[in-house]
Write a protein that binds this ligand. Structure first.
Ligand code: AMP
Length: 428
């Protein structure tokens, strides 16, 4: 047993894992560029109140999972690591007066999020999200555009069979009446409610709908549906979102039990699943409209919509579906030398080639040439640059480790020759 291990609920992304994340992050950057988003970075921690207010006090994320930072004595501030990026981005929108920019302001970020949850498969205390936010457009067209962006991300990442679940959770005009109806329904079943749900019933009844408690499944299945209680404006909005999705060819299913874990959502809510695996632990990503959030965090009332896609889960599904392709990270060439002690020449030539933007390894061991060459081909390196007596008059030997051929090349031509060989190797 090693003395130190990564903290519970976190994991190291070893180079092979990191390469998958890299590919997903590049895809996210490319895709958001195509859709007109600009990248933003906000701090990994904020005043806890940003999340308490922005996410809602009666949510799992704030009640149980907020990763609080113990305050230092000299600072009275209360901080927390971000459990999701939206509240921080909206805080930045308000702080920097982005409401005076052309609307909507379309922002994207990718990075680690923190939730002090009980760790299990696909549920970590530090996990990565690819996030997209469009602030300042009331929709409904942009709702569909964002859902299509998310759906395309999975398609281009190579995840098979991703299904979109959508719902509308109403707005301040129609939700209060629905909440009253729902509360009455659950009160009627009070005898069967587990204690935690009983407690939430009076504080935030919507939470009961996405309860993870198996005892709730039957009661929830018969609960009044929000989609039957939408006001005319919310209903028209929802119909239009669905019409846009259909026109864009995005496959979706309405799930009236989908209320999302966070308080600030209004109207459109959606989640992405691999078909047939719907369930709390399996959501690949989710998002929704948050028309009340900007005002809640001190800005003037401004609509917004966004999503967060969990990269850890995408990587897991890609592995399960057999789509993780090992990345070729071997260098183009390795520099070896006939003189076991001459590490200076090896580094000098390697440095020259690296300056010409080539990927080159220098064998810095003090081994005989034969042993250096033996090691050279093992990692898939294509060429060995061999430094011998010819170096004195500006020449080296270049061995093609795959073809087994070898020839003398002038140092002046070396970078160009290797670059040309690399290009023809990659294209041929
Ligand atoms: P949420 O804001 O809870 O809907 O999270 C959005 C997405 O982030 C989820 O659909 C998951 O893919 C991912 N996610 C959320 N929490 C975790 C976690 N604890 N570990 C790994 N991924 C998570």
């Amino acid at each position: 047993m090693p003395t130190f291990r990564a903290p519970r609920g976190t994991r190291d992304l070893l180079p092979e894992d990191r390469a998958v994340f890299d590919r997903l992050m590049r895809l996210g950057a490319d895709l958001t560029h195509r859709y007109g988003y600009r990248a933003i970075e906000t701090p990994l921690f904020e005043q806890a109140a940003v999340f308490e207010r922005g996410i809602g006090e009666v949510t799992d994320v704030v009640e149980k999972e907020l990763f609080r930072i113990a305050p230092r004595t000299e600072e009275a501030e209360s901080w927390a690591l971000r459990p999701e990026p939206t509240a921080g981005i909206v805080r930045a929108y308000v702080q920097h007066g982005m409401q005076t920019w052309p609307q909507p302001v379309k922002l994207t970020t990718t990075g680690p999020m923190f939730r002090y949850d009980r760790p299990q498969a696909g549920r970590y205390r530090q996990f990565w999200q690819f996030d997209v936010e469009a602030i300042g457009d009331a929709g409904p067209a942009i709702d569909a555009e964002i859902i299509e962006l998310g759906h395309r991300f999975y398609a281009e990442a190579g995840v098979e069979g991703v299904e979109v679940l959508v719902n509308s959770i109403g707005d301040p005009a129609c939700r209060p009446a629905y909440i009253a109806t729902l509360t009455e329904y659950y009160r009627g079943h009070a005898a069967k409610l587990p204690p935690t749900e009983m407690d939430r019933l009076e504080r935030n009844v919507l939470r009961l709908l996405d309860s993870k408690d198996p005892d709730m499944a039957e009661i929830n299945a018969a609960a009044p549906r929000i989609t039957d209680h939408l006001c005319e404006a919310c209903s028209a909005h929802f119909e239009s979102v669905k019409a846009h999705l259909t026109a864009l060819g995005v496959p979706f299913r309405v799930d009236s039990g989908l209320v999302r874990g966070l308080d600030y959502y209004t109207r459109t809510a959606f989640e992405f699943y691999v078909a047939g695996r719907a369930g709390q632990q399996q959501a690949l990503g989710g998002g929704g409209r948050y028309d009340g959030l900007v005002a809640l965090l001190g800005g003037k009332p401004t609509p917004g919509i966004g999503f967060g896609l969990g990269l850890d889960r995408v990587a897991l599904v890609l592995a399960e579906q057999g789509h993780i392709v090992p990345t070729d990270t071997s260098p183009l060439a390795v520099v070896v030398s006939a003189d076991p002690d001459d590490t200076i020449s090896r580094l000098r030539i390697a440095s020259l080639l690296r300056g010409a933007r080539l990927a080159v390894r220098a064998d810095l061991g003090r081994r005989k040439l034969g042993r250096q060459l033996e090691g050279a081909g093992k990692d898939g390196t294509h060429f060995a640059v061999i430094l011998g007596d010819e170096l004195a008059d500006g020449h080296v030997q270049v061995r093609d480790l795959q073809a087994g051929t070898q020839r003398v090349v002038a140092l002046d031509d070396l970078a160009r020759e290797l670059a040309r060989a690399e290009a023809s190797h990659h294209h041929g």
